[in-house]
Design a protein around this ligand. Structure first.
Ligand code: SAM
Length: 213
């Protein structure tokens, strides 16, 4: 993904520590205290510009949402959306998800979302795919029993790879769609990439993988 560099992004993120949480390892096991409630915590990895997480947070005020995005020039758009919508149930982490199990305690997360993750098509980059088994092991740790990973992508290769990876890991698949926008899946919240790719005529794939533990 090409990222337009915004030299002011870091300073802007630092202005809102109540939304952009720095040093997430410090809050391991204490995320409900950060939100000051006991509502379930939903986590999106690779939040991008935040269209999905902010719409979800608006639609579900009784849930908490955390978005992880490693590029400051991108996540700053998610911050702007949180500010515009005055959302108090979103927190943003400008970090790499590879460290996930250092940020969240066992079973601290209720539901997880991977939307239009980078496909990393070359075999030698397999380990970077967010559905590689080392990531699944971290998701298993942080998700509560029966927690779901919700995956959407327009990339057929990544989708097929992910289904295989889920199945090899022993996860149960549910609500699988090979053409989400032509299916009867209720209340789909679009992401920025989803809008773009769907307007270009790409088919959108979706599935849920359940971690039984
Ligand atoms: N989810 C958004 C959407 O659907 O519009 C953005 C999709 S974009 C193709 C993928 C995003 O995931 C990028 O912004 C990238 O920086 C982020 N990303 C990829 N790997 C990541 C990682 N290991 N940790 C945090 N963010 C990551």
């Amino acid at each position: 993904m090409r990222v337009r560099h915004k030299p002011w992004a870091k300073d802007k993120l630092a202005e809102y520590p109540n939304i952009v949480v720095t040093n997430p390892t410090k809050h391991y096991g204490e995320w409900h205290q950060i939100f000051e409630n006991n509502h379930p915590i939903h986590l999106e990895i690779g939040t991008g510009k935040g269209g999905f997480i902010t719409e979800m947070a608006k639609a579900h005020p009784d849930s908490n949402f955390i978005g992880i995005e490693m590029h400051d020039s991108v996540i700053v758009s998610a911050l702007e959306k949180c500010l515009d919508l005055s959302l108090d149930n979103v927190r943003l982490l400008n970090v790499d998800a590879r460290e996930l199990a250092d940020f969240f305690a066992e079973s601290e997360i209720s539901e997880l979302y991977l939307n239009f993750s980078d496909p990393w098509p070359k075999n030698r980059h397999e380990k970077r795919r967010l559905t590689y088994h080392t990531f699944l092991a971290q998701y298993e740790f942080v998700l509560e029993k029966g927690g779901r990973l919700n995956l959407k992508t327009d990339n057929q290769g990544l989708f097929e790879y992910s289904l295989e990876s889920f199945s090899r890991y022993g996860l149960t698949l549910d609500n699988l769609s090979l053409d989400l926008h032509k299916s009867d899946f209720p209340l789909n919240v679009l992401t920025e990439y989803e809008k773009k790719f769907s307007d270009m005529g790409h088919r959108i794939y979706r599935c849920e993988a359940i971690f039984g533990k």
